[in-house]
Design a protein around this ligand. Sequence first.
Ligand code: IMP
Length: 213
Amino acid sequence: MVAHVLVATRSADKLREIQHVLASPGEIELVSLQDVGIHESAEEENLEEFETFEGNALAKARYFARLSGLPTIADDSGLCVDALGGAPGVWSKRFSGRTDLLGIELDQANNELLLKRLEGLPLEQRGAHYLCAIAYVDGDTAASVVRGRCDGIILSELRGTQGFGYDPLFFIPSENATFAELSRFRKNELSHRAQAVRALAGFLARRLDEIQR
Ligand code: IMP
């Protein structure tokens, strides 16, 4: 029997990345918020009020599991920059404070601010990592939260056109490329999100098996 699992994100990029890693034909069918007709609401804007990625991911998964009645996974992720004491962290999306912008324009404003904050710093002081927490929730009982991490360096200029968010500034020395210069396939082998999804996969398979019996 095919198990339907809701991927609770409004980001098409995140949805694609999660689908890419988790898709296992015939066993799990991942559905989006759009597929189940859950439209964007003001309430969901307030779900990310926690100080940790785990807290935010769990809050999102619980909220959308309740609305949909489906087993649900949700992520919270962000960029932690050493020279900024781990900022922007859980505030990554809202770093620039530009509440009037969305999508690529918001990404540009965030990247500009990051470049400004790190201006003049040499490469060896520009270490950073992406973190991603993924939460799984079904009904009131089962919940699991896992974490993935990917280390890199923040460049002083944008490179590449793939990916989203801070990807054109996030350089992986072992690849000699930014995330925005890697193919989608390669980013999905390395990324914080892919690692978190892989860490969840075993639990998810066992849990779906249990609830289908
Ligand atoms: P969230 O929707 O609260 O999880 O916000 C995550 C934010 O962190 C995004 O809007 C990006 O700014 C940043 N971010 C997280 N993961 C990535 C990634 O894989 N590439 C680029 N930026 C990312």
